[in-house]
Design a protein. Structure first.
Length: 163
C-alpha cells in the first residue's frame, strides 16, 4: 500500500522530467520500451500517472502501456525500499531449497515478493539466476551477491541493513 500511495503522488517536478524523456526518445509506438526504461531510470519506477502520459503521447491506451509494464519483470510500478533483497527462484536454486527459503524470508519480513516492509527499509524481489547456480541458493542485497543462503543468513543480512 505504501508504494501504491507514493506511486500515485509523484513529485511536483515529475511532469517536466517525463516530458523531456518523451521529447528526447520520440512519440512512436515502437519507442515504448525505450521510454519505459528511461522513465524507470529517471524515477526508479513507472507510476500510473507516467503510464497515462506515455499512453497519450504514443496514442496507446493506458491499459496497453500498463500491460507492457506489468508483463516485464524488471519494470517496477512502485518505488523500492531503501534496500532491495533479491532471492533467486530459478531451477538450480529451487533444487537447493529456494522456495522454502523464500517462504521463510517473506514470513520473517512480513511481506511478499514485490512488496516493501512497512518501515520502507527492505523491498523483497525475486530474480531468475544470478550465475551462482553451483552455490545455490543465491540472492543479492543492494546488488552484492550472496551464495549458499539460509533463512538465518538472510535474517542477519536484513537485520544489518535495518539497524
Ligand atoms: S539458478 Fe539461482 S543462481 Fe542460477
Amino acid at each position: 500500500m505504501r508504494g501504491f500511495l507514493l506511486a500515485t503522488t509523484p513529485a511536483p517536478d515529475t511532469e517536466p522530467r517525463l516530458s523531456a524523456i518523451l521529447t528526447a526518445i520520440g512519440d512512436q509506438q515502437a519507442d515504448l520500451m525505450n521510454i519505459l526504461h528511461a522513465v524507470q531510470a529517471e524515477f526508479g519506477f513507472i507510476s500510473e500517472k507516467s503510464m497515462r502520459a506515455i499512453a497519450k503521447a504514443l496514442n496507446l491506451t493506458a491499459a496497453e502501456v500498463h500491460g507492457v509494464v506489468t508483463f516485464y519483470h524488471d519494470f517496477k510500478t512502485a518505488p523500492s525500499g531503501t534496500h532491495v533483497l533479491r532471492l533467486c527462484r530459478a531451477e538450480a536454486c529451487k533444487s537447493m531449497g529456494a522456495d522454502h527459503l523464500a517462504a521463510e524470508v517473506a514470513s520473517a519480513l512480513g511481506i511478499g515478493f514485490g512488496e516493501t516492509t512497512a518501515d520502507g527499509a527492505v523491498t523483497l524481489e525475486e530474480v531468475f539466476c544470478l550465475g551462482l547456480c553451483a552455490l545455490a541458493p543465491a540472492g543479492d542485497l543492494d546488488g552484492k551477491q550472496y551464495a549458499r543462503l539460509s533463512s538465518e543468513r538472510v535474517a542477519l543480512l536484513a537485520g544489518k541493513v535495518r539497524a
